[in-house]
Design a protein around this ligand. Sequence first.
Ligand code: SF4
Ligand code: SF4
Length: 194
Amino acid sequence: MRADHPKLKKLEPPKLTLADRFFLPQVAAGLLVTGRHIFGVAFQDKAITVQYPEVQHVPSPVYRGVHRLNKDEEGRPKCVACMLCATACPAHCIDIVGATAPETWPDREKYPESFVIDELRCIYCGMCEEACPVEAIELTGLYDLTGLSREEMIFDKTKLLSVFDATRDAEPMKYTTPPPGPSGQTQLLDSPIA
Ligand code: SF4
Ligand code: SF4
């Protein structure tokens, strides 16, 4: 479009006052927000911090934390190694090796011989849970996930099943009270990575 085109609109930059030039309205608005928080904590008991780990934070009912691999009534992993979760995962952090199911498991063709999630690469989007046709993988409300090495944060099948054992009674995505261990941390990492 030419610079002298009749439909061309020329916009003039808004005129700034002296206060605008020194960002005084924005600074005042920011101080107002800070003051409101200080007043709320000091006089209205609206503290938003907790003395963790003595006091456990209760996450939102839709918080997406550590994964769990669910078991069926017979204690077997529900997973049928269909790979849909790994395909849906945008972070490519699920690695599954499927194998032919034992003959004593007539209700499925395959099962996951190996099931690994890299909890450090995961972005906790929940796509794997959405994709799973048999509700075998779910995100729990567990948030106190720590490790001393990257390897510790790579969860294998045993660990993922142990998360299920620790959160067995929780509704998916509605987990509210993490069971604390001796140090206040949830005890999940009791099994070595295979
Ligand atoms: S929560 Fe998202 S990023 Fe994490 S494993 Fe599932 S699909 Fe992948
Ligand atoms: S967890 Fe669900 S989606 Fe993923 S491989 Fe197993 S059955 Fe398929």
